[in-house]
Design a protein around this ligand. Structure first.
Ligand SMILES: Cc1cc2nc3c(=O)[nH]c(=O)nc-3n(C[C@H](O)[C@H](O)[C@H](O)COP(=O)(O)O)c2cc1C
Length: 301
């Protein structure tokens, strides 16, 4: 049994999650690869650099990666760890998913995705699943990890983490950003489930077993914000790449987008989500519930 575990992580959070999810997997030839872009992204980010990553994240623009040295031509299972950036797969992830050498290994191969996100991973998983499917592979399991704090609190604290470079409590009063230490350590719960599927070479019940742990859920508000946000990001990314033809013009548009995003996220979204919850959700509840269980399954194309 040959297993490829592949990921990119800036802070190491995703790698810790992967390590815990796969702890104790035995009798398997594991090829663990941490790939890198040719020119890596900064960490910590400056505010301008952070928001400047939006258009290429959303448009899934391929970036040059450092050559990847795989141990094998083919694997029996691939575990792909990734993180969403601006409701899309991070630029390194979408670049990997456009690399011929990786796609050749995905062909006819089951793939498990492990996501280390803030809390909005649905759109990115749709895109990742689609690319895997198009390459002839199949997502047989998906384990998304999120920051379980309130959406606005986690947006604020993640910015502190990304811009200061420290996974610490902002001003000593806000919660720690990102996936909690308990959830990172608790990721070990998935290891025997994955191991069982590997040993039995049967992934048909894997996602059902993953969901039985009871840690994966999707909030109605998040679902709503992601759907609206993806559309808005799409418009902004096209606008910025079309009219941001010089560094000066691009910087201006990125700053405009940044202020728009802060206002939209912290001032407009709470109002719109409350209206949605009060006036729309009661009528579409069964539909939304169906959508949520579909999202938690792996067939997310
Ligand atoms: C540029 C950027 C954009 C991000 N956008 C999102 C997002 O849309 N949804 C989300 O859940 N998390 C988002 N995050 C958080 C990441 O998914 C991830 O949880 C965090 O960066 C830590 O990942 P790491 O393992 O690469 O350090 C974003 C992070 C960065 C750096």
């Amino acid at each position: 049994m040959k297993l490829l575990i592949i990921s990119y992580s800036q802070t190491g959070q995703l790698n810790e999650l992967i390590e815990n999810c796969t702890r104790g997997i035995d009798n398997v030839d594991i090829d663990r690869i941490e790939y890198q872009p040719q020119n890596d992204f900064p960490f910590p980010w400056t505010s301008d650099e952070f928001f400047d990553a939006m258009p290429e994240s959303v448009l899934e623009t391929k970036l040059e990666l450092k050559p990847i040295n795989y141990k094998h031509e083919k694997y029996d299972l691939i575990i792909l760890g990734y993180q969403p950036w601006f409701l899309s797969p991070s630029i390194p992830t979408s670049s990997l998913l456009q690399e011929e050498s990786f796609l050749a290994r995905v062909k006819n191969t089951p793939v498990i995705t492990i996501i280390g996100s803030r809390n909005m991973w649905i759109n990115s998983q749709k895109s990742v699943s689609k690319r895997i499917l198009e390459a002839g592979g199949e997502v047989v399991g998906n384990i998304p990890f999120i920051d379980t704090h309130n959406n606005y609190v986690s947006a604020f604290t993640i910015l502190h983490w990304m811009l200061a470079g420290q996974k610490t409590k902002k001003w000593g009063i806000f919660p720690k950003p990102g996936v909690s230490s308990e959830d990172i350590e608790g990721a070990e719960v998935y290891a025997p489930i994955i191991n069982k599927s590997i040993q039995e070479k049967d992934f048909s019940e894997l996602q059902t077993e993953i969901l039985k742990v009871g840690k994966i859920s999707v909030g109605s508000g998040i679902l709503f914000v992601e759907t609206a946000g993806r559309r808005i990001f799409g418009i902004w990314s096209k606008l910025i790449t079309r009219f941001g033809t010089s560094p000066k013009k691009r910087r201006f548009l990125i700053r405009l987008y940044k202020y728009y995003l802060v206002v939209a996220l912290f001032f407009i979204a709470p109002i719109v989500v409350s209206i949605f919850r009060l006036l729309v959700l009661p009528f579409v509840y069964p539909l939304i519930n169906k959508r949520k269980s579909y999202i938690c399954s792996t067939k997310l194309t």
